[in-house]
Write a protein that binds this ligand. Sequence first.
Ligand SMILES: *[C@@H]1O[C@H](CO)[C@@H](O)[C@H](O)[C@H]1NC(C)=O
Ligand SMILES: *[C@@H]1O[C@H](CO)[C@@H](O)[C@H](O)[C@H]1NC(C)=O
Ligand SMILES: *[C@@H]1O[C@H](CO)[C@@H](O)[C@H](O)[C@H]1NC(C)=O
Ligand SMILES: *[C@@H]1O[C@H](CO)[C@@H](O)[C@H](O)[C@H]1NC(C)=O
Ligand SMILES: *[C@@H]1O[C@H](CO)[C@@H](O)[C@H](O)[C@H]1NC(C)=O
Length: 824
Amino acid sequence: MFILTSLIAYCLAIAEYKQTVEQTAYGYKGTYKKESGQGPFPPDAETMNFELHIETENRLHFRIFDPLKPNREIPDVILPAEVTEAAQNPNFEITFENNGMQVIRKSTKDVIWDSSTSTRGLVFADEFIQIDTSTSHVPIIYGLHERRTRFALPSKFNYSLYTVDRNTPADGKGLYGQHPFYVELRPGGDSHGVLFLNSHPSEVEVERGFISFRSMGGMLDFYILLGPSQEDVMRQYTDLVGRPCLVPQWAMGFHNCKWGYKSLTEVQGVVDSYRQNNMPIDCIWFDIDYMNEYRLFTLDPVNYPGDKLRAFLKEQKETHGTYSTAIVDPGVFVDENYAAYKELVANKMHLNTPRGDMYIGKVWPGSTIFPDFSNNNIQDYWYKFHKTFLEEMPLDGIWNDMNEIANFCDGYCNESKDREYAWTPANLTVHQTPTELTCHHGPWLEARGFYGNQENKHTAEALRKLRPGKRPFILSRASFVGAGRTNTIWLGDNHGTYSDMEDSIAGVLTSGLSGLPYVGADIGGFTWDNVKEKPIDPNLVTRWIQVGTFLYPFYRNHIDSSSGYHEWYRFGETYTAINRKFMEERQHIQSLFYTLMHESHQTGAPIVRSMSYVFRFDGATYEIDNQAMLGSTLLVTPVLKNNTNTVKGYFPQERWYDYWTNEEDSRVTMKGAEVSLETPLDSINVHIKGGSIFARQRKNALALSKMWDTPFYLTAALDSSLHAEGQLFVDNHDDSNDENVLQMKYTCTNTTMTVRALKRGFRTNQIVEGFMIVGLKQAAIRRVQITPNVAPYSFNYNAEKGKLQIQTTGNGWPVGTELNIQWA
Ligand SMILES: *[C@@H]1O[C@H](CO)[C@@H](O)[C@H](O)[C@H]1NC(C)=O
Ligand SMILES: *[C@@H]1O[C@H](CO)[C@@H](O)[C@H](O)[C@H]1NC(C)=O
Ligand SMILES: *[C@@H]1O[C@H](CO)[C@@H](O)[C@H](O)[C@H]1NC(C)=O
Ligand SMILES: *[C@@H]1O[C@H](CO)[C@@H](O)[C@H](O)[C@H]1NC(C)=O
Ligand SMILES: *[C@@H]1O[C@H](CO)[C@@H](O)[C@H](O)[C@H]1NC(C)=O
């Protein structure tokens, strides 16, 4: 009865606010004054202030806030931009009517924000704020990371946004990351982005006809980005929250991890087995097993003894070119004799209860306190312990796990009760810290969302001090808006099922639109239920490897302690041979991943892109998430179902070339239709999009670092107007100076290929050994001329296949040399 009446009250409870607005130098300001009625959770604010800044031609920022409340800025998220004056010719118009606001795209008159026809009402109560915008159609929305759901978010759903360790059920509800940002794609192909900048537990309701934004506190703080392509939106978004960090090049290779390697000897055995099976390994990951009773910054003296560990890591790096990373959890074990605990307590830099005691939760080691990363003074502590830790265990990267914060107690570990709220977007107790804690920033309820970001910020700062000039590599589970500037993520604790594999593609795509382009899911599945009765399915592992090879920038095998083993050599020579072939192929295109990573770092573009990102005027692509593209270059159509070798893919109207044969694929080229493809277990469908140029390598080695300097050969695949272009990025693999790079641009027509340097801050002896141009139409080519004439070469032309191959017969062309190649 109570539930029913409060629900009715909720739906009917609307306060009427009167809006007054005046123009200012930077945009508008005004107030909302309450006239009548009452919101669902009174008391409501009587007067709210409103401010709108027209920051750029394509970006507006507005805020509605209660001037009587402390309105704290979310730290380290928005890059500073002093706006003192409105942009001169914005691509949008703003109108105020009906006590609301409309934002209209000038070029199309499309209304992209409309709070003037509110259905749920503007609410500004103590612990509940809400605004909505109407949409005249069923919106196509991507984003609102992190959750496991379709890429195009289903409507009629409340998307909770809060950081939580909830495993990865396919229920569409919030997971580890909190990214209140979405990209909306309208029927004509134009996109815009909306950021609801709020770190409290929040919710976005997507419905036919409207989108509502709700939160437990803070401000109604919005940025609207005009696009109009998704590429534009991502550039505008990362102008605001920072470009994704560039990871070191070894991170583009193969990573192996398992929770449950009982000793260093076992890890050593696994690493050796990869090599004995002629499989490369680029990074060795240490899950919580290496620690002494799971205490932060310690080593298990028996199973992972320091001297042996250091010798092992040194040999791996120096002899094999293999790197290493280990897990760090934020919880610090409560023990008076443990330095990390003593110092944190002495410095009083931990999360507190409202009564001012330190909060004690429970994680792997037992009772733990949690560092307060919102206090910038914690940097000294965090640096100091990383310094000694990395002397003990010389790692190349840090893996910050459990930082949502995950807690084994639901709230308090004793009989104390957490606060209750009139409204929450989800149960904030299960596996979480109490909401009522306090920290340096203020209320934990406001800071919990960006705890991971702040931890990663301090970790990155520590790593920069410890390894000057090198790029830090940090993998985090929790993330908030702007995280990509500092860290990377993976998609969390998935399961060994075909549907988990399929859903990971949407996860990678959404992550890319959240400014986190370097991402992947645990290949093969992290948990397998009951492996004794239902053994791990090697077909699934192989299919997953294929997906990861082309669609996961973060390419890691990982499995939990009770789920057995699925290292890629474990299932007999037939599987090993197939799995090896894909690991080798990954090496062949490592420079494409790395070039795209650099593009992300420069422009915010995702590494892995949806078909709607690349083909925005083709409405048939808008909801596709079982195919995706590596850059705008390769279209990947994987097998994602059990017991089948047939897969259906959609092929937009374009020339498509089979990646494996480099020949135009007549089954799919120029289709704009769905096509069924036979795909035996040892294969995956990959097509080169007409119009692309990219580099591959032919050599393999047992680590990326042993082959990344080997010769490139370039493939140009012409589109229907006989044109193609692409880039290649080369640097010294982990330099933090963005100027020490070589960035080459290739342009091709049916008669000419030109090679130009866009940035030439890095010198290398690496060479290009050949060029392949496919999609030509001429009957014969008799002559190829390359200027300047720096290397001898030969060529051959297959008129039937339209394929011209030019290869060096000497030492090749230095990769930084500008060339004109002409043929007739
Ligand atoms: C979302 O939440 C609102 C407000 O609590 C509620 O009225 C609505 O029914 C919910 N929608 C769905 C699809 O659960
Ligand atoms: C419960 O634990 C907290 C510390 O996490 C402490 O401050 C509080 O006093 C404890 N409550 C009870 C009832 O023991
Ligand atoms: C949230 O979960 C906790 C722990 O399972 C449970 O005790 C509590 O009743 C739940 N709260 C709500 C509001 O459902
Ligand atoms: C795939 O199907 C086979 C045979 O039907 C079954 O044994 C296997 O467990 C399935 N694999 C997965 C991961 O569901
Ligand atoms: C190259 O393409 C153009 C059309 O784009 C065509 O006019 C020209 O004849 C072509 N040249 C050769 C050598 O095929």
